[in-house]
Design a protein around this ligand. Structure first.
Ligand code: GRF
Length: 220
């Protein structure tokens, strides 16, 4: 099996990067990480990459006069490393349209909500403010507008009474750590692809039970 060459973009802690690194250790996993790039110096994610002996570097956006120049520098190192699939994992910069076009349908992002609900920042606080009963996370292909693009996979997470943004964030993050490697496997293996702005290809799914929150037996 030829493993797809993956680049990962981070801005901080890099726990999703950690989940992808773990997944890539499986011999039958269809991808391997060949480069990690952070736009913020000295973040924890860079240490995770170094510990896994993955080439990692910082391209500090503050060193560039414009978003275009920053994205051009990013594209250069990714191209030179032979990256075929790009994964944003807690990467906190918006890309230029040129960059998005260059990586179109080869570029994934994880977002901590069930898109298209709760795009943008402070998702968990907003979920709690709205009184939503179910939230979750989404892995999607990147498009120019923030947190939009064809959805590859989603996981649902119940909002529990007494949840704080922090407690909810921790459970959603745990779901992301399982969802992102799953979604990357689907894309890297060629099991799914984009057709007319929808991700298609999965013809058979396992458990089809809907998730109820509160659970059905407590609802009466
Ligand atoms: C994740 O919840 C991601 O969806 C959001 O920021 C968080 C990044 O966490 N954009 P980490 O850096 O992967 O630990």
């Amino acid at each position: 099996m030829t493993k797809k060459r993956v680049g990962v973009l981070i801005s901080g802690r890099g726990s999703n990067l950690g989940a992808l690194i773990e997944a890539c250790k499986a011999p039958d996993y269809p991808a391997r990480i060949v480069l990690v790039v952070s736009n913020v110096p000295s973040v924890q994610g860079l240490l995770r990459a170094e510990a896994a002996l993955i080439p990692a570097l910082t391209i500090n956006h503050k060193d560039y006069a414009s978003r275009e120049e920053f994205d051009a520098a990013l594209d250069k190192v990714l191209t030179e490393a032979g990256v075929e699939l790009l994964c944003n994992a807690g990467f906190m910069r918006l890309h230029t349209e040129n960059f998005v076009t260059r990586w179109r349908d080869h570029h994934l992002n994880t977002h901590p909500s069930l898109l298209p609900a709760f795009r943008g920042l402070h998702t968990h606080a907003r979920v709690l403010d709205e009184g939503a009963k179910i939230t979750g996370c989404t892995v999607h292909f990147v498009r120019p507008e923030m947190d939009t693009g064809p959805i590859v996979a989603q996981a649902a997470v119940q909002v529990l009474p007494g949840d704080t943004p922090e407690s909810l964030a921790a459970r959603v993050l745990d779901a992301e750590h399982r969802l992102y490697p799953h979604a990357l496997r689907l894309v890297a293996s060629g099991a799914v692809h984009v057709e007319g702005e929808h991700v298609v290809g999965i013809t058979q799914i396992g458990d089809q039970a809907p998730l109820f929150s509160p659970p059905l037996d407590e609802a009466l």
